[in-house]
Design a binder for this molecule. Sequence first.
Ligand code: PBG
Length: 337
Amino acid sequence: MTQPPAPFPAARARRLRRTDWMRNLTRENSLQISDLIWPVFVREGSGIEEPVDSMPGVLRRSVDKAVEAANEAANLGIPVIALFPYTQADKKTSDCEEACNPDNLVNQATRAIKAAVPDIGIMLDVALDPYNADGHDGLVRDGVVQNDESLMMLERQALVQAEAGADILGPSDMMDGRIGVIRRALESNDFPDTAIMAYSAKFASSFYGPFRDAVGASGALKGDKSTYQIDPANAEEALRMVARDLDEGADMVMVKPGQPYLDVCSRVKAEFSVPTFAYQVSGEYAMIEAAGANGWIDRDRVMIESLLAFKRAGCDGVLTYHAFEVAQKLQRDLEFS
Ligand code: PBG
């Protein structure tokens, strides 16, 4: 139970706020490098680092450059990178076959990183949108996103990703039944140790806009994703999705977007006590960068404050495009403290 404060002046809250050392001593939460998952965009070619216009500071990297980035991330102590493909337009089809190609961009990158940097974890999204001519996360027939047919693709996609060496699979498409299908496929194909971080509380959000540019999916998407992602008004439903995904075999769950859904993060952690992650998505990143670039906020401090908020809400870690820079900063702070 929370002890109510004694009446003033027996209690003076400011006693514990007086100096740096006292604030450090009594701080409730902290952000660590081991809390960070770094999403990295991969593209064709070699020697390429190409900026993403809507996400200043974020690059699309060719596989060789992604390997270099993974190596630097591992040296900083970042535990996991999450790879996302920028798929060439001619490889996007309505049957999404490229998703199941063992040599597609993310699978190539996973093999290359595993060979060169064995000590960093690799997470891959299980979803069809980067490969879909229709831009949706599931197969589209007559304008309708198909659930059960999409599951068969997700199963194959998950298996080629596990085969490539992915440590964590992140089913991000919100089709019903996906976690169970993927878990059973992993168990029966001798991948008992591949972890699943389910995008369980994934909302039909407008904060994903810049990401869709980054993976080249914006042009293709017809309509929105509200027939499969959660209505932003619904927290109870998000909790039911978490319960369902855990029941089907998820090891960890995610809330996405992050900052607008901190209430959901907090409730998930409190009700389920499972490893809980937030995805600070592209729109959140872009807002911090844009306001920072205009001098309207102190970008560096907001970057840290926004991540610390996830720890306070109960998250075990955060996927953030700022991961690399934050890790550099935290490492420097450690060296100098
Ligand atoms: C794809 C996927 C999306 C993101 C991660 N995986 C986009 C979407 O659902 O439209 C968004 C990440 C971000 O905005 O940073 N299923």
